[in-house]
Design a protein. Structure first.
Length: 56
């Protein structure tokens, strides 16, 4: 009866999963670039509103 209650675990890692906190991407953007792109985007939208304003 004791053989029926045995717990079987995977032999490779004992059921423990590993997660990695660090991820290195081939594509990286610095905080400075994000701020510059955001300001440029806002400026372009502003110019588009000046060139062709919405008449609602």
């Amino acid at each position: 009866m004791t053989e029926d209650k045995k717990i079987r675990l995977p032999s490779s890692s004992g059921g423990i999963m590993q997660y990695y906190d660090e991820y290195h991407s081939k594509f990286s953007i610095s905080m400075k670039q994000v701020i510059i792109f955001t300001i440029l985007f806002i400026f372009i939208i502003f110019l588009l509103h000046i060139i062709n304003p919405l008449n609602l």
